[in-house]
Write a protein that binds this ligand. Structure first.
Ligand code: HEM
Length: 212
C-alpha cells in the first residue's frame, strides 16, 4: 500500500497509472466494439450475444466494478495532473513544444477526457440502466437511435474519443519509456489506426441502426 501511495505522489507514478488504466480501457473498447458489431447481424444475433454475455453473471459484475474503478482512477489522476500543470504554468507559452510535437489530440487531452466522461454517463443511463422489463437490448438500442439527436451526439462523441485515443496511445508508450526513434513513427501510426477503427466502428453503428 505504501508503494502505491509513493507511486501516486510522483508525477511519473501518476502518468504510469494513467497509462495502465488507459490501456485497460482501450482493451475494454476493443471487446465492446467487437460485441457491438454483432448489431450488423440483426436483432436475434445481437440479443443472443447479450444473453450469452449476461449468463456470465457474477463475472460480468466483477468486470463492471473493475471498469468503474479504472474510470474513477483515470479521471481523478488526470484531473490532478491537469490542475498541477495549470499551477506550474499560469501564463501560456507563446510557442509550445511537447516531446511528440503539438497535435489536436495533445492540446485537448483534458477537455476531450471530460467530454468522454460525460458521454459514458449519458451512455450508461441510455443502455446499461435502461428499464429492461418487457423489452430486449436490441429494442432499447434501436429506440434510442430512432432519435437523430442521439445519433448526432454519438457521432460527435466518437470523433472526440478518436482524437483522445490518437494522442493517448502514443503517450502511454512515452510514459513507459518505449520511445526509440525507430519505433515512434510506427507507434504513432498504430495510434491513429486504432483511433480511426474506434471512431468509424462505433460511429457508424447509430447511423446503421437509424437507417434499418
Ligand atoms: C455506437 C456505439 C455504442 C453502442 C451501440 C453501445 C452499446 C452498449 C450497450 C447496449 C450496453 C449495455 C449492455 C447491457 O447492459 O447489456 C453498453 C454498455 C457500456 N458501454 Fe457501450 N456502446 C457504444 C459505445 C461505447 C463507447 C464509445 C464507450 C466508452 C467510451 C462505451 C462504454 C460502455 C460501458 C462502460 C458500458 C457498461 C459495461 C457493462 O454494462 O458491462 N460504449 N454499451
Amino acid at each position: 500500500m505504501s508503494w502505491f501511495i509513493k507511486t501516486f505522489q510522483t508525477s511519473i507514478g501518476k502518468k504510469l497509472i494513467m497509462a495502465v488504466t488507459g490501456l485497460s480501457f482501450i482493451c475494454f473498447l476493443m471487446a465492446h466494439l467487437a460485441g457491438n458489431l454483432i448489431l450488423y447481424g440483426g436483432e436475434n444475433a445481437f440479443n443472443s450475444y447479450a444473453e450469452r454475455l449476461h449468463a456470465f453473471g457474477p463475472i460480468i459484475t466483477i468486470v463492471e466494478l473493475g471498469l468503474l474503478f479504472l474510470i474513477i482512477m483515470h479521471v481523478l489522476i488526470g484531473s490532478v495532473l491537469f490542475y498541477q500543470n495549470t499551477l506550474a504554468r499560469p501564463i501560456r507559452y507563446k510557442v509550445y513544444k511537447s516531446a511528440g510535437g503539438r497535435s489536436l489530440g495533445s492540446a485537448t487531452m483534458p477537455y476531450s477526457g471530460f467530454i468522454i466522461l460525460a458521454f459514458v454517463v449519458f451512455h450508461l443511463i441510455n443502455f446499461h440502466f435502461a428499464d429492461k422489463t418487457g423489452t430486449t437490448i436490441f429494442q432499447i438500442v434501436a429506440k434510442a437511435f430512432e432519435n437523430p439527436l442521439y445519433v448526432v451526439i454519438y457521432i460527435a462523441a466518437m470523433i472526440v474519443l478518436a482524437i483522445h485515443i490518437s494522442h493517448a496511445f502514443w503517450s502511454l508508450f512515452q510514459t513507459t519509456g518505449i520511445n526509440h526513434p525507430k519505433y515512434t513513427p510506427i507507434i504513432k501510426i498504430t495510434g491513429i489506426v486504432i483511433s480511426l477503427v474506434f471512431g468509424v466502428g462505433f460511429g457508424f453503428l447509430p447511423v446503421y441502426v437509424l437507417l434499418i
